[in-house]
Design a protein around this ligand. Sequence first.
Ligand SMILES: *[C@@H]1O[C@H](CO)[C@@H](O)[C@H](O)[C@H]1NC(C)=O
Ligand SMILES: *[C@@H]1O[C@H](CO)[C@@H](O)[C@H](O)[C@H]1NC(C)=O
Ligand SMILES: *[C@@H]1O[C@H](CO)[C@@H](O)[C@H](O)[C@H]1NC(C)=O
Length: 247
Amino acid sequence: MFKLTLFLCLLYYGTQTLGININAVPDANTEGIIQVELENTVSLVCGLDSSTPSDEELVWLRNGAVVSLKDGNKMGRSSVCINPVIYEDNGATFTCHLHSNTSVTASVTLNVTYHPELTGSEEVTVEMDSPLVLQCDMRANPPVSSMTWSLNGSMVDLLEGGFAVTNDGFTSTLQVSKAEKLLHEATYQCISESLLYGQSSKTFKVTVTDKTIKFPLMPLIAGVVVVGLTVILAFVSRWKKITKCCK
Ligand SMILES: *[C@@H]1O[C@H](CO)[C@@H](O)[C@H](O)[C@H]1NC(C)=O
Ligand SMILES: *[C@@H]1O[C@H](CO)[C@@H](O)[C@H](O)[C@H]1NC(C)=O
Ligand SMILES: *[C@@H]1O[C@H](CO)[C@@H](O)[C@H](O)[C@H]1NC(C)=O
């Protein structure tokens, strides 16, 4: 009996206080949280129950900021549609209350789920002795349970290849300060593991090229200009002397 009452209390918490309620698609859970996948749609309908006069004006808020509503969408019943759901909607709270009495209110919170954006294959060319940097998105909700890097199909040997792996919570980076053909030319893969979405991965085909000798074009042009100017100046001053002595 106690369990049942508790369950009912939870059910009413969040989505409903006396007088007002929110109907959500997809459904909100007992804590008023709606789980929805990124880029999908959430539709919310705020309505009044029989204890409240049906000509009451309703107000919608998103994280405390008023949502602008069309005129026909305010009296007694009001709907908002979030389409598509974006990253920034994660954790956003939608509240509906009476215009005349803000304590008659109901709210729901979005839990936007998504996996890291890892697909396909990328060709990467790096010059010998230059840094090699490979990056993979790791933003996910729920957070990824692991992110691993492979080289030609086996776990990257950090020591042997002189690799460093870092992550800042948004991106996982595999890098080498000086690329070598023998050690680093290979097919790499970053693989994320999520409890909700399973594996996602992205492939990099890395080619290490010989060093190209960079011709220092800019200094050369500057040099030519300086030499040219000097010749002209020398000639001008010379000419002055010549003309002077001819006088
Ligand atoms: C607002 O609604 C609450 C809950 O129904 C009620 O207790 C309160 O008296 C109302 N306030 C006004 C100003 O009507
Ligand atoms: C959001 O949903 C995910 C997947 O079900 C879950 O792991 C996570 O705890 C939820 N987050 C919140 C804040 O409810
Ligand atoms: C990875 O495999 C390719 C193709 O078999 C090979 O040419 C390359 O040397 C390998 N790379 C490493 C670092 O073992």
